[in-house]
Ligand binder design. Structure first.
Ligand code: PLP
Length: 468
């Protein structure tokens, strides 16, 4: 007897008719990501970390099993073999992002935060400005400490509810205020890891025209969107590879314009970063290019897995990934925004765009009961855990977006931070008490390349179960 089509799936396809074009991903999920379904995982934290295909592991292990690699800081045969693979991976990263090797360099780092720290500690801030959006990961916020310490002016550009985008007239006003003769750095995420807003890439050229260097945090953007560095020319681009293709962890890159890199002054030297350093002569000479920024021995056994991972993404294709994420996010938003308790109170409040315009595949929200009272995000996570749904809760290391979304004012924060007992210590629980009655975090559901309709339906079922 033919099985009756699932009416929800029928409605989904009616709303998102392009989804069947991504069918190849379903076959791929069965062959390469089978562990997801074998263990009945509903994985919805792709903004936290991507997933690897089984073949990435096999290819990498085969490479390691069949060759002998030595520390690349030498010129013996095993060392040269490692160097060749590392340099190949470096070239491949540039090719993947369509970055001209004449113009850009790929510096390997432990993660996106490591790439950001390289910029922060080396940027010539004195007398200049550091402009950044409220909506930024803490590793971008942290650069302000280097800026403060070197006397730069630090300015935050707000984002506004409900969509959590930047008011462009405020942006233009700030960009017009670059300090002449000094160095001015503007930092923003191409995609927010909080609201999933896609902040315009057109800002890069606009900022350049006004004399700014641009740090484009692409960590949350590149897992589901192509970044074409032949079309846009940010100066510094940090990425984490595990966010794009899951394996290996512990590797990221700073993709940087050579011209902008020349401005940076490293605060120290280390093994691998110099051509010559002398003890008695108290002098050192930095190496050229990427080496000057790569402290100590590179993760030379894992770096070849980066090329394997990038090829995996290319074999799926960003077109397909993007289309799938777009359809599933749309369905998630359409359904969540319609869920209401019997009292008429909405179940969720979404922070960020509630439609599919200029946004990525993460939906961040808080849940409310039938009286309109917030349900603690930690209890949502605890309930989701029981049904094997992996989602993310908290502020996702993006306190600026969190403060705006949750309505936590600067006055409330000042009142909390200036209490004598909070002079140098503040636990998360203390912080919760300070902002009494307000949510201190949210729930983030993020879809990725191999999410399927069933994953999203499982989450929607879970959410419906909270209706009273
Ligand atoms: C937008 C953004 N930037 C930077 C980072 C930092 O990445 P990592 O923790 O891999 O250093 C993250 C991680 O979640 C992120 O989402």
């Amino acid at each position: 007897m033919p099985t009756k089509p699932n009416p929800d799936f029928v409605a989904f396809i009616k709303a998102y008719p392009t989804y069947p074009r991504t069918e190849a991903i379903d076959r791929l999920r069965a062959s390469e990501y089978g562990r997801l379904d074998a263990d009945e995982h509903i994985y919805l934290d792709y903004t936290g970390g991507g997933l690897y295909a089984d073949s990435q592991i096999r290819k990498h292990h085969k490479l390691l099993a069949e060759h002998v690699f030595g520390n690349p800081h030498s010129s013996n045969p095993t060392s040269l073999a490692a160097t060749e693979l590392v340099e190949h991976a470096r070239e491949y990263v540039l090719k993947f992002f369509r970055a001209d090797p004449e113009e850009y360099l790929c510096i390997f780092t432990p993660n996106a935060s490591g790439a950001l720290k390289l910029v922060g500690e080396s940027y010539p801030f004195p007398g200049g400005r550091y402009l950044l959006t409220f909506d930024n990961h803490n590793s971008v916020n942290g650069i302000r400490e280097f800026a403060h310490a070197r006397g730069a002016e630090v300015t935050y550009l707000p984002v506004a509810l409900p969509d959590m985008r930047v008011d462009e007239s405020q942006l233009d006003e700030q960009l017009a205020g670059a300090i002449p003769g000094a160095n001015n750095l503007f930092a923003y995420p191409a995609q927010s890891n909080f609201s999933s807003v896609l902040h315009p890439l057109e800002w890069i050229a606009r900022a350049h025209a006004q004399g700014w260097d641009v740090l484009l945090d692409a960590a949350a953007f590149v897992p589901t969107n192509p970044l074409d560095l032949s079309a846009v020319k940010p100066d510094f681009v940090p990425v984490s590879f595990y966010k794009i293709f899951g394996y290996p962890t512990g590797l990221g890159a700073l993709i940087a314009r050579k011209e902008a890199l020349e401005k940076l002054h490293r605060p120290w030297f280390a093994g691998g970063t110099i051509t010559v350093a002398s003890v008695q002569g108290d002098k050192y000479y930095l190496a050229d290019g990427a080496a000057a920024f790569e402290d100590g021995t590179l993760d030379y056994l894992n770096i070849p897995a980066v090329e394997i991972g990038l090829k995996q993404i290319e074999s799926i294709g960003y077109d397909l990934i993007h289309e799938r994420v777009h359809c599933l996010t749309g369905w998630l938003l359409d359904n969540l925004t319609q869920m209401k308790h019997s009292t008429g109170e909405p179940l969720v409040r979404i922070y960020g765009p509630t439609n599919n315009e200029a946004r990525g595949g993460a939906v961040t929200a808080n849940f409310f009961d039938q009286d309109g009272q917030p349900i603690d995000h930690r209890s949502i996570e605890a309930e989701a855990n029981k049904v094997n749904i992996s989602l993310r809760t908290g502020c996702f290391c993006n306190p600026g977006a969190g403060e705006i979304a949750l309505g936590i004012s600067s006055m409330e924060l000042a009142a909390c931070f200036t209490q004598p007992e909070h002079e140098s210590r503040l636990s998360l629980d203390d912080f919760r008490q300070c902002i009494d009655g307000k949510a201190s975090g949210a729930v983030r559901i993020s879809v990725g390349p191999v999410t399927n309709f069933n994953d999203v339906q499982a989450f929607l079922e879970f959410a419906r179960g909270l209706l009273r």
